[in-house]
Design a protein around this ligand. Structure first.
Ligand SMILES: Nc1ncnc2c1ncn2[C@@H]1O[C@H](COP(=O)(O)OP(=O)(O)O)[C@@H](O)[C@H]1O
Ligand SMILES: [Mg+2]
Length: 338
């Protein structure tokens, strides 16, 4: 089933009969199109990854729902693929530089597209700094480790600072005005709003060639709104759905998805995001979730960044530093003198 979610954008372009908008689908009138948009399926790509149950929830009958999904899927040729084609899809995974060579190497070349990368750590560990850096870096040309696209930035704690973007952009010799123009920002006021922002994101992603979606922080609203044991299941369920939505976007648009998660120092208090379980028949599980733990050191601007879990990379850790310029490598000499 996971194959059904693979990106097919490149193919779409070649196919003459492909629909580019849901209103073009046969027998989809304005009312149905509007209804689909309301529940977050405003593009063919999004509709192709919907489940019948999701469309049913919006008052669309079962038969009609499966017809619509089928049309969307065949339109972008999301279907069974051969192993050879699968290899080609896998090879379409791209990497986004973190500005630290050491960290990029740890991640097998940088932050992967088609997957969710989670940075977790204590307050002040540098999670938001990394988000700022990535929002700038995604705009770099491919040969400088970028993805030549825009960033979508969902901020839940009001910690986004345009001044930081300016510093980082200048350091990379990028035009600040242009960089700022390619960061599409929204502040999420509560968890419902956060979920909604992501559900409405596919049109913006398409229009602005978004190649990075950031949610900083993924969990803060959920944590403050769903308190106590009795709300845990509900919180987790809602969060899972949100994560799945994010993963679908990552796959449909071949983009990188980065989320942050603030945790206490004690490991047993970690707020678990590991429970990404199959929802709506789509198998995602651990196959698309990188977890990276970041922590402070005695050296004031040095951080230890540890790859804790990855579907295909070994664990390991590296040092990075946070400076005026952004995220940087720690030089050999600095490491030796520590
Ligand atoms: N302009 C800067 N120059 C150097 N270090 C900075 C700068 N801005 C922020 N930092 C570092 O980043 C830290 C804040 O990191 P942040 O990403 O906000 O943490 P988190 O999101 O994990 O809570 C600061 O304590 C400081 O060490
Ligand atoms: Mg932060």
């Amino acid at each position: 089933m996971a194959l059904l979610e693979m990106p097919q954008k490149e193919k779409t372009k070649e196919k003459k009969t492909a629909f580019t908008d849901i209103s073009e689908l046969p027998n989809v009138g304005p009312a149905t199109a509007e209804k689909l948009k309301e529940i977050g399926f405003s593009t063919i790509e999004a509709l192709a990854t919907a489940t019948v149950a999701e469309l049913e929830a919006a008052g669309i009958g079962e038969k009609r729902a499966s017809e619509l999904i089928e049309m969307a899927r065949s339109s972008i040729e999301i279907a069974w693929v051969t192993a050879k084609e699968l290899a080609a899809l896998k090879s379409s995974v791209k990497h986004l530089t973190t500005s630290s060579r050491a960290l990029d190497n740890l991640l097998g070349g940088g932050i992967e597209t088609q997957a969710i990368t989670e940075f977790f750590g204590e307050f002040g560990s540098g999670k938001s700094q990394i988000c700022h850096q990535l929002a700038v870096n995604v705009q770099l040309p491919l040969d400088r480790g970028g993805l030549e696209g825009a960033a979508l930035y969902i901020d839940t704690e009001n910690t986004f600072r345009i001044e930081r973007i300016e510093q980082m952009a200048r350091h990379l010799n990028l035009d600040f005005e242009r960089v700022a123009d390619n960061i599409i920002y929204a502040e999420a006021y509560n968890s419902d709003h956060q979920v909604l922002l992501l559900e409405k994101a596919d049109r913006i992603i398409k229009e602005h060639n978004v190649k990075l979606v950031i949610i900083d922080s993924l969990t803060s609203h959920f944590r403050s709104e769903y308190i106590g044991r009795e709300m845990l299941a509900e919180r987790q369920q809602k969060l899972n759905k949100h994560m799945h939505r994010l993963l679908r976007l990552a796959r449909a648009f071949n983009l990188a998805a980065v989320v942050t998660n603030q945790v206490m120092a004690r490991p047993d208090e970690f707020f678990s995001l590991n429970a990404v379980s199959p929802v709506g028949g789509h198998i995602v599980g651990h196959t698309s979730h990188m977890r990276i733990f970041i922590r402070k050191t005695a050296g004031k601007n040095v951080r230890i960044v540890r790859l804790v879990s990855s579907p295909h990379l070994p664990e390991g850790e590296v040092l990075v530093k946070i400076t005026e310029n952004g995220i940087e490598d720690v030089e050999e000499a600095e490491i030796r003198s520590r």
